[in-house]
Design a protein around this ligand. Structure first.
Ligand code: GAR
Length: 224
């Protein structure tokens, strides 16, 4: 098993966002704290109003806005996005609240080096409004998943999950906040594993430290 860590050579990383960018902030903070051997080359948003752009600029990271509204179709937007991303030669592409469905060709291009965070315990609640749907179903537990991106929407091999309890008096907002807190822990951790060469996608499965995961790694929060 090769666990070689070359932290002197941070891996080039591009982050895609659409909104607030709190996950981006968690990644920036982890890099600043020396806990994440990546170089944040650029942050790209499809939404000019995304607050995450300010966070990136404040951290001195190059930002770009590429609005999907300026393109005739999904294919042409994804092609332009790919060209922009590839200027930075990323070894890792991070989707941190990037709210777009991606074309097959785009997904294939970044196969094995694109990861996403999703606010549910996948395979439950793919798509949108995950907190609301979990509440409506009466789930006792909910959470977040980091996964490799493949052609199946929110369906790529899972890497790590964090579970939170659903409380009797939870609202959409309170549940979302509890999940987001965990997202900020598991996303930097998964990125760190990837950057350290410990995490790979192989034959459509997640491999961590040389072992194929049958289930995503279950994160236990020790901070409370
Ligand atoms: C996060 O909850 C993330 O899991 C979700 O968007 C939010 C972005 O928050 N992503 C998806 O729903 C992707 N399907 P942030 O902008 O504060 O990081």
């Amino acid at each position: 098993m090769n666990l070689a860590v070359n932290e002197s050579q941070p891996i080039s990383t591009v982050v895609l966002i659409s909104g607030n960018g709190s996950n981006l902030q968690a990644i920036i903070d982890a890099v600043k704290a020396g806990a994440l051997p990546i170089e944040l080359r650029a942050v790209i948003s499809n939404n000019a109003q995304a607050n995450g752009l300010k966070r990136a600029a404040q951290a001195g990271i190059r930002t770009h806005v590429l609005s999907h509204k300026q393109f005739a179709d999904r294919e042409s937007f994804d092609e332009a996005l790919q060209q922009l991303i590839d200027r930075y030669h990323p070894k890792l592409l991070v989707l941190a609240g990037f709210m777009r469905i991606l074309t097959e060709s785009f997904v294939r291009h970044y196969h094995g080096r694109m990861i996403n965070i999703h606010p549910s315990l996948l395979p439950k609640y793919r798509g949108l409004n995950t907190h609301q749907r979990a509440l409506q179903t009466g789930e006792k537990h909910h959470g977040a998943t980091v996964h490799f991106v493949t052609h199946e929407l929110d369906g790529g091999p899972a890497i790590i999950q964090a579970v939170v309890p659903v409380l009797d008096n939870d609202t959409n907002e309170s549940l979302a906040a509890r999940v987001l807190e965990q997202e900020h822990k598991i996303f930097p951790l998964a990125i760190r594993w990837f950057a350290q060469g410990r995490l790979k996608l192989s034959d459509n499965s997640t491999v961590l430290d040389g072992r194929t995961l049958q289930q995503p790694y279950q994160y236990t929060d020790t901070s409370e």
